[in-house]
Design a protein around this ligand. Sequence first.
Ligand code: TMP
Length: 237
Amino acid sequence: MKKTEQMYEGKAKKVFATDSEDYCIVSYKDDATAFNGVKRGTIAGKGVINNKMTNYLMKKLAAEAGVPTHFVEELSDRETLVKKVKIVPLEVIVRNIAAGSFSKRFGVKEGTPLKCPTLEYCLKDDALGDPMINDYQILACGFATEEELNTIADYAFRVNDYLKDFFAGVNVDLVDFKLEFGKTRDGAIVLADEISPDTCRFWDMTTHEKLDKDRFRRDLGNVEEAYDEMMKRVLGE
Ligand code: TMP
C-alpha cells in the first residue's frame, strides 16, 4: 500500500490516504496538547511509544476480547496501516477510579474506587469544547444509531474488562480511559484511534505514581520517564 496525500492533521497524529480506498496510514507525532489545545508541548519519543502500545493492545483486544479494531499492520516506529473508517464523533470514556473531570464534576475525591465501572460520552467537537452528551441526546442528534451505541457500549466494557486485568498484571491500575470508534464502509463498528498514556490514566498499583499524560497536563515533571516506564511494562522495551 502506498502513502499518498495527507488527509488530516490532528493534535497528536496525522492521517494519510493510500492508493486503496479502504485503508489509510496514521503517523504518530511527539506533539502534546491539553485543555483543548490551550497547553502545548512536546514529549520526546511519545509518537513511537503510542504507536507501538496501541498496536500491541489492539491486536490483543481483537484476538482475546472479541473487539474488532481498525488495526491492519505496523509499518514503522511511528506509522501504522489502518482500515479507513468514518469516526463516530464521540469520546467514549470508561472509569474505574474517580479522577480528573469526574472528581471535579461530582465532588468525588480523586482515587476513590467506583462501585462499578462508568461509561460516559463527550461530543468530539473542539469548537464546543467536547461537551458531555447522553444516549438520548446522541440518538436525537443522529450522531449514532441505537444499534451502534449498544455495540459501542458493549465493546467499551469488554475493552475495560480485558485491559483492567492486563494492566494489573504489570502492577498498574487502569483508572480511566477514552476510546473512539469508527464505521467501516460496510457499516461495522470497530475500535479506532489509540490506547496509550495520552488517552488512559495509569497509576502504579503500589506507589500510586501517575504514569500517563497527567504528568504533562499538571506539570508534574518526569513526563518522558513515565511514558518510557509504561512502554517497558507493556512491551518489555
Ligand atoms: P477526564 O477526567 O479529563 O474527563 O479524562 C478522562 C480520560 O479521558 C482520561 O484517561 C484522559 C482521557 N482524555 C483524552 O484521551 N482526551 C481528552 O481530550 C480528555 C479531556 C481526556
